[in-house]
Design a protein around this ligand. Structure first.
Ligand code: COA
Length: 387
C-alpha cells in the first residue's frame, strides 16, 4: 500500500521586509543578503499571528477538499509553542471542527518537528489505511533586531495531509537518521529570541547531510544520479545550496544541471518568505512542485535538519496529476498581497509582537476576512478567531 502526501497548504502573514532595505539600514552590501545569504524578502508576523493561527490558516488552504471525518491524527510541530502544557493541536482541532476522536498532540525537535510528525503519521496511516493524518509545522523565526541572524528570520506554516493512495507524493519506506547532542541553535525558556552559533550550525548541517545522504544511498542501493531532485531544510537558501553542491560534486554534467535546476525551483518560495523553521523543508518541496520540471514517478530526496541536532534523509516519488492538487495561483497571491514594511515599521511591529498582551486587551487583525488570528488573552486563556 502506498502512503504519502495527499495535500499541502501553506500560510505566511501579510507583511514583509525587503532584504535590500534591511541591508541598507544595517550598512551591509545588499548582495551579501541577496547572494551571500540567498534571501530576497522575509515575512513578518505582527502580534496577531502566532504558531497556532498560522497553522490553522495553512490547513484551511485544503480543508474543504478533504473528508474531515477520516482525520484520526493531528500533530503540531513547532519551536514557537504558545503554551508549555497544552498542545497547539487542540486549538487547531477546535477551529477546524475536527472530530473529538482525533488523537491530537504537539512535537518538538527544533526544525525537525514537522518531519517527526510526518514519520509518526506515515506509520499511523499504514496501520489505519482508512484514516488520514494532518501534520502541521508552524513557526516564527526570531533572532533579534540588528543581530547576524536577523536576515534569516521569517514566519509561516505548512500543513500536510498524509493518507493512503496519496495524490501528490508517495513516501518510500526506510530513512537514514542521525543525531548528536550539540549546541548550534536553541531557545531557552526565558527567551523569545533564538540563540545561535550560525557558522557551527552550518558546519553540522553539512556534516549531517553527508552522513545521512550517503548512508541512505548505500542502504537503498541508489546513486545520486537516480534523484530527479533533492530538497533541503532551508533556514536560508544559501545553506541548502552548500549541501546541494556537496550532493552533485563529481557527478556527470546532466545530473549536475538537473539537481541545480531543481534546487533553483525549490528555493523560490523560501527566498521570499524567509525562515519558517519546521515548515522550511516542506515550503521548499512545495516550491519545487510548483516551479520545477517533475514528472510522475520522479524520485525526490528530502533532507530534514533540526538543530540540537537531529537529521533525516528519506525519499518519495511524484504522483501522476500532482499539479491538480496544488494551488499555485493561490500561493503566489498570498505573497503578492503582502504589505511591504519600511525597516522602521518592521522594527516596531517586531518589538510589539515580543510582548504578551495584557489580560482582556483585544487585538485586531488586518488580515483578509476568513483568516484566523490571535485576538488576545482573556482570563489567562489565548483567544483565536476568524476575521
Ligand atoms: N556579495 C556576495 N556574497 C557576500 C557578500 C557580498 N557583498 N558579502 C558577504 N558575502 C557572503 C560571504 O562570503 C558568506 O558566504 P559563505 O557562507 O559562502 O562563506 C555569506 O555571504 C555570509 O557572510 P558572513 O560574513 O558569513 O555572514 P554573517 O557573519 O553575517 O552570518 C549567518 C551569516 C548565516 C551565519 C547568520 O545569519 C546566522 O547565524 N543565521 C542563523 C543560522 C541558522 O539559522 N542556523 C540554525 C538553523 S539550521
Amino acid at each position: 500500500m502506498k502512503v504519502g502526501i495527499d495535500q499541502i497548504g501553506y500560510f505566511t502573514p501579510n507583511k514583509y521586509v525587503d532584504m535590500v532595505d534591511l541591508a541598507h539600514a544595517r550598512n551591509q552590501d545588499p548582495n551579501k543578503f541577496l547572494i551571500g545569504i540567498g534571501q530576497s524578502k522575509m515575512s513578518v508576523a505582527d502580534a496577531t499571528q502566532d504558531a497556532v493561527s498560522m497553522g490553522i490558516n495553512a490547513t484551511l488552504r485544503y480543508l474543504n477538499k478533504i473528508n474531515k471525518s477520516k482525520v484520526g491524527l493531528l500533530i503540531f510541530g513547532t519551536e514557537s509553542s504558545v503554551d508549555q502544557s497544552k498542545s497547539g493541536s487542540l486549538f487547531v482541532k477546535s477551529a477546524l471542527k475536527l472530530d473529538p476522536s482525533v488523537r491530537a498532540f504537539e512535537v518538538k525537535e527544533a526544525c525537525f518537528g514537522l518531519t517527526a510528525g510526518l514519520m509518526i503519521a506515515q506509520d499511523f496511516v499504514r496501520l489505519h489505511p482508512d484514516q488520514t493524518a494532518i501534520v502541521i509545522g508552524s513557526d516564527i523565526a526570531r533572532y533579534g533586531l540588528k543581530t547576524a541572524g536577523e536576515v534569516t528570520q521569517g514566519a509561516g506554516s505548512v500543513s500536510l495531509l498524509i493518507s493512503s493512495n496519496p495524490r501528490i507524493l508517495e513516501l518510500n519506506e526506510g530513512h537514514s537518521a542521525y543525531s548528536e547532542d550539540i549546541n548550534d541553535f536553541w531557545r531557552p525558556n526565558n527567551s523569545k529570541l533564538a540563540k545561535v552559533d550560525g557558522k557551527y550550525s552550518t558546519q553540522v548541517y553539512l556534516d549531517f547531510f553527508k552522513h545521512t545522504f550517503n548512508d541512505y544511498k548505500e542502504q537503498k542501493n541508489l546513486e545520486t544520479k537516480d534523484f530527479a531532485a533533492i530538497v533541503y531544510h532551508l533556514p536560508f537558501t544559501k545553506m541548502g545550496l552548500k549541501a546541494n553542491r556537496i550532493a552533485i560534486e563529481g557527478e556527470d554534467e546532466e545530473t549536475n544541471a538537473r539537481l541545480m535546476d531543481s534546487f533553483t525551483a525549490a528555493k523560490e518560495l523560501n527566498a521570499n518568505v524567509g525562515n519558517i523553521y519546521t515548515g522550511s523543508l516542506y515550503l521548499s518541496l512545495l516550491s519545487l512542485l510548483e516551479n520545477g520540471d517533475l514528472k510522475a514517478g520522479d524520485l525526490t530526496g528530502l533532507f530534514s535538519y533540526g538543530s540540537g541536532a537531529m537529521a533525516e534523509f528519506y525519499s518519495a516519488n511524484v504522483v501522476e496529476g500532482y499539479e491538480k492538487q496544488i494551488d499555485k495561483a493561490g500561493d503566489e497571491a498570498l505573497l503578492a498581497k503582502r504589505k511591504k514594511l519600511s525597516v522602521d515599521e518592521y522594527e516596531r511591529i517586531f518589538s510589539e509582537a515580543l510582548e504578551d498582551p495584557k489580560n482582556d486587551v483585544e487585538l485586531v487583525s488586518d488580515e483578509d476576512s476568513g483568516k484566523y488570528y490571535f485576538a488576545g488573552i482573556k482570563d489567562d486563556i489565548r483567544q483565536y478567531q476568524a476575521k
